[in-house]
Structure formats: C-alpha cells, structure tokens
Design a protein around this ligand. Structure first.
Ligand code: G3P
Length: 213
C-alpha cells in the first residue's frame, strides 16, 4: 500500500541524515570525509574533531537506526496494518536495513556516507536489546584491548547472530538471517579497514588519552 511505500521512504530518509557531514560542517567548517579514514561516521568524527563531536554523531546515528526500525510503532501500527508479530519483526528488520543503506548512500550528502555500524547498532537495540548488550560488550572489550574500532565493529557485528542463536535461542528465523546479512554488510563496508588491519596499518583510537609522564 501507499503507507508501506511511505514508511520505507521515511526509513531511508532517516538513515540518510548525514550527521557526521552536517555536524562537522556546521560547527567546525570541516567535511570529515576529507580527513582521517575519509568515512562519514562517528569514529572518523572522533578521530578528526574529537570526543564530543564523535559522541554526538554516534548518538544521532544510533538514534537513526532505532527510529527507522520502530517507525511502524511510532507512526500508527493500525494504519500500516501488519498482521502477525513475526511478519512485524520482518518488516522492522527490513526498515532498519533500509536506514543503514540510507546511512551508506545518503541522499543529503552526495551518496557518500559511512559504514553503518552505529545505525546497525540502533536497529539491534530496537530488535533485541539483550543481544545489543552482548554486542556493545564485545565492542568495548575489543576496543580497550586492541584500540581498533574497525575490528571492534566487525566482532560486535558477528556477536549479534551468534548471541541470538546460541545465547537467546531466537525463534524468529528472520532475526538470524538478518544477523548473518549484517555480518556480510559489515565485512563489505570494512574492506579497506581489513586490508589495513592485515598490513598492520590501521589507525588506533584511544578512548582515554594516555597520561603524559
Ligand atoms: O564505524 C566505522 C568503524 O568501524 C571504522 O571507521 O573511520 O576507522 O574507517 P573508520
């Protein structure tokens, strides 16, 4: 129906909000895509513009994924008319992925966006908060140990299907299928990072500045 098409377009537009590009442009006069990894994401904003800017971009990007995934709830479910709960989760997952595609190819920033990790995380929070907690734990542990955000993102991505399958024993096949698709997507968007990791050239991120002696 026209409502379904509308909601899908809305999810894409939400995902398309290029928070890194707009925030850096508005407050620092900088397009973060011209520096660092060239990525329009929270990590590169952190790298180029610092902790405060990076945190705000991360928050907005997570929020985009969460909002898009919950659009059928936030709008009127009755109007959209999704019949069963399993189908409903399917629809939510699809909306989340559409938002991530918006983040990757934003209509508001020349279709040059980010890698979708924060937006995917927002979607995972909306779909399965307990699994999201597992993902964030793996992410933070990997980051604190290795200081590679990309590696942390990849391992956190894999944590989603693994945790829903083996810890939470999901009864919704779509959650698992989307989880596997998410892993594939993260590997695709992180190809350059993987190359750099293998060569030992990947840049490191320190959440806490090392104390000067
Ligand atoms: O969320 C993206 C992150 O995993 C890598 O970002 O800027 O280091 O390529 P970046």
């Amino acid at each position: 129906s026209i409502y379904l098409i509308g909601i899908v377009i809305l999810a894409y537009l939400f995902g398309s909000i290029p928070s890194a590009v707009w925030f850096g442009g508005a407050f620092y006069g900088v397009d973060v895509r011209e520096y660092g990894s060239g990525n329009a994401g929270a990590t590169n904003t952190f790298r180029v513009l610092g902790k405060k800017a990076g945190s705000i971009v991360m928050f907005v990007d997570i929020f985009k994924g969460w909002t898009a995934t919950n659009l059928p709830y936030l709008l009127d479910t009755a109007v959209v008319g999704i019949p069963t709960s399993v189908q409903f989760v399917n629809f939510q997952l699809a909306l989340g992925v559409i938002a991530v595609l918006g983040h990757l190819f934003p209509i508001f920033a020349g279709f040059r966006g980010g890698k979708g990790v924060a937006t995917l995380f927002g979607m995972v929070i909306a779909i399965h908060p307990e699994a999201a907690l597992c993902c964030v734990t793996v992410f933070l542990l990997t980051l604190l140990i290795t200081h590679y955000v990309s590696l942390s993102s990849i391992l956190a991505g894999f944590t989603f299907p693994f945790s829903v399958a083996f810890i939470f024993h999901t009864s919704v096949p779509a959650v698992l299928l989307y989880g596997i698709a998410i892993c594939a997507l993260i590997l695709v968007t992180h190809q350059k990072n993987i190359e750099r990791l293998l060569k030992g050239h990947e840049s490191k991120i320190y959440l806490f500045k090392k104390k000067k002696m």
